[in-house]
Design a protein around this ligand. Structure first.
Ligand code: VIB
Length: 222
């Protein structure tokens, strides 16, 4: 039998394709994505990252070993660093850090982030890290897919974003997240937990797809 992560991904194959091969990604790849869709996505993503930083802080709180605290700290640090991309790109459009912090959260952002936070607060560290994993692993996969588009066109309109998520650092973060889930599974996974974990994974993956859709929809509005 494969690793727990592979089993979760197999069980959510449809949701996974809806996330990693979303029209938003296809349009980002060929450069046809409207800038307004990307801008709206990025503002919501900044608000999303605030909540995901809280989720990693919750992971630290739920930890009983220094290794688990370190994993949570690494995730938190990666998120704080990631927001600098958002702040930089938004400043280029005349949207200040203060304006970003004050932007209203879209209900899709609320649904996704609060779902993950609730999976973590009502469950244990394995529940929480499974709910967090589509985000980490999916973006590394998307970064790998989009990398050739940037290599072919160094002036790609979404080059900075692609560069952020196709870097070696992200691949390493994603691999570490999968390895950490396997370590947590060795400690606390039982077959009886599979359905609930698969539910967390599939729901978070579906909400990732809805997050891209939100960008397209907001970008198409007047
Ligand atoms: C909707 C959405 N999903 C995933 C990411 C990517 N991401 C968010 S937190 C994190 C872990 C820290 O490394 C990663 C990779 C994003 N920015 N926005």
């Amino acid at each position: 039998m494969g690793t727990l992560f592979d089993r979760l991904k197999d069980a959510a194959a449809q949701e996974w394709a809806g996330f990693t091969d979303h029209r938003f990604i296809q349009q980002m790849e060929d450069g046809s994505l409207p800038e307004e869709a990307f801008r709206q996505y990025l503002i919501q993503d900044y608000l999303f990252l605030i909540q995901f930083a809280r989720a990693y802080a919750l992971a630290a709180y739920k930890s009983r070993t220094m290794a688990d605290i370190r994993a949570a700290q690494d995730g938190l640090a990666a998120i704080v660093a990631e927001t600098e991309l958002h702040v930089r790109l938004c400043e280029g459009w005349g949207i200040s850090r203060q304006a970003l912090d004050a932007a209203p959260e879209h209900e899709t952002t609320v649904a996704y982030t609060r779902y993950v936070l609730d999976a973590g607060s009502s469950g244990d560290l394995l529940d929480l890290h499974v709910a967090l994993s589509p985000c980490v692993v999916g973006y590394a996969e998307i970064g790998r897919r989009l990398k050739p588009a940037l290599e072919q066109n160094p002036k790609h309109p979404y080059g900075e974003w692609i560069s952020e998520y196709s870097g070696a650092g992200y691949l390493q973060t994603a691999q570490a997240a999968v390895a950490h889930i396997e370590e947590l599974a060795r400690r606390s996974f039982t077959e009886a937990r599979f359905e609930e974990l698969a539910q967390h994974f599939a729901t978070a993956t579906r909400l990732e797809g809805q997050f891209w859709q939100m960008g397209l929809d907001l970008g198409a509005a007047d």
